[in-house]
Design a protein around this ligand. Structure first.
Ligand code: IMP
Length: 427
């Protein structure tokens, strides 16, 4: 069963899009299994830089069927804009498959995301305000509108009316915001339905048949391990299962279909939004990483918080995802610093932690314990084999590999596909 999951091993933005795009030619299907357009994957293909938020990165290859699985929440306006953008750039979206069981982000979800963040004040999560949390809340509350509801206008209207019963009360009474009518929403969704219906399919059957026929399926995670609703830094997380287990729930294949899990981690670490971040840098080194690394969000344009590589987090990611391989991205960014620090453990109230503490309080107040390694201070963006890297850069990779307990199969030294050293990866 050649199913492979690619997951973020940190707080997202690890460069998953580039790696998906790189390895995609080996696969027949690339599947998004959670999240929505809170994700932002930058892909550089044929000299073009494209930002994808919802459509799987493999869309650029005509041999691949891109799939949006049931675990995703879809803002149809964004999806259609993205399809139009790809068509304009010369990439066909005809093959795109959307699960009938995926949920739709409705207009009121956007209002509720913004209103709930505002009401949290200084305790805000720092969400992308794309309506992700409220859409997953409705899914769990069984008030969600699904992609399959687009197939039948009468059912769609009934479900919207049922949802508005509650939503309008919350919008009006709790937040003092304008309400919606089912008629207006139905009118808005009529052209959406026409456009998306040809792409709706039974993804569970499609993928299980493909796997049974020994076709290769890549499950492309969005966000990262520490943003996972269960295993992340709750409540400063997204509302879906970003870890490898989410791939099975969010697509309808069993765990035995997965035979490799590739974790992606930056050579340092970043985070967008609020929440604990033990190795965060507030000095010039942090600024250097942000500037050299171009650390601005693909989705929101927000400046990312930057810090030293945290080996405790990546080891934790190795555990919760069952990583079989690790890919270290943006190694070239570290060429800008003299001495490199790696967090090997934390300390809190006299206790040493070598794994992510279970309680929010301990993680919030964890003090990082660092080991220092010499930098290499030279341009490595043209290196194409591990041996071509300066000795200090090789030592850095071997060091973090040992700390993670997972082989580093790939190392990225620049943003384009070609700037990737493949050390032991194969499907
Ligand atoms: P939401 O997913 O918009 O609800 O945001 C919840 C948290 O996840 C916030 O801290 C966001 O900044 C963060 N987040 C969501 N998507 C991404 C992503 O793709 N990369 C990095 N952070 C993200």
């Amino acid at each position: 069963m050649p199913g492979i999951v690619l997951v973020g091993a940190q707080w997202g933005d690890e460069g998953k899009g580039k790696i998906t795009d790189l390895i995609a030619p080996d696969f027949s299907y690339v599947v998004r299994y959670q999240g929505g357009n809170n994700a932002g994957h930058t892909v550089i293909a044929d000299g073009k830089t494209l930002a994808l938020h919802l459509i799987p990165s493999g869309i650029m290859y005509p041999s691949i069927t891109p799939v949006i699985g049931n675990g995703c929440v879809i803002d149809p306006h964004v999806l259609i804009e993205e399809m139009d953008m790809l068509e304009r750039e010369g990439f066909s979206t005809e093959r795109l498959i959307i699960s009938a069981k995926a949920h739709l982000i409705m207009p009121y979800h956007l209002d509720l995301d913004a209103a709930s963040e505002k009401s949290l004040g200084k305790n805000e999560i720092g969400t992308t305000k794309r309506g992700i949390g409220p859409a997953y809340m409705d899914k769990a509350a069984r008030l969600g509108i699904r992609v399959q509801d687009l197939l039948d206008p009468a059912i769609f209207k009934l479900k919207v009316e049922a949802a508005l019963e509650e939503k309008n009360r919350v919008l009006d009474k709790l937040y003092g915001l304008p309400t919606y009518t089912a008629e207006a929403i139905c009118a808005e969704f009529e052209p959406i339905a026409k456009r998306l219906i040809p792409h709706i399919a039974n993804v569970t059957t499609l993928l299980n048949d493909a796997l049974a026929a020994q076709e290769y399926v890549l499950f492309e995670g969005a966000q990262g391990t520490l943003l996972d609703i269960d295993h992340g830094t709750y409540p400063f997380v997204t509302s879906s299962s970003c870890t490898a287990g989410g791939a099975t729930i969010g697509s309808g294949v069993g765990p035995t279909a997965i035979n490799k899990v590739l974790g992606i981690a930056k050579a340092y670490i970043t985070r967008v939004g609020s929440g604990p971040f033990p190795t965060e840098l507030f000095d010039e080194v942090g600024e250097t990483l942000a500037t050299v690394g171009g650390e601005y969000g693909t989705t929101t344009g927000r400046l990312r918080r930057c810090g030293w590589y945290d080996a405790v987090i990546v080891r934790y990611a190795a555990e919760v995802n069952g990583l079989t391989d690790l890919c270290i991205t943006k190694l070239d960014v570290l060429s800008a610093v003299d001495t490199i620090k790696v967090c090997v453990a934390y300390e809190h109230e006299g206790k040493r932690y070598t794994t992510v503490p279970d309680t929010q309080t301990a993680f919030h107040h964890a003090t990082p314990i660092y080991e220092e390694l010499p930098g290499w201070k030279c341009d490595i963006t043209a290196c194409r084999s591990f041996e071509e890297l300066p000795q200090e850069a090789q030592d850095y990779i071997v060091y973090i590999e040992k700390l993670a307990g997972v082989p580093v199969s790939m190392v990225a030294v620049g943003p384009s596909r070609e700037q990737t050293i493949v050390r032991g990866w194969g499907v």
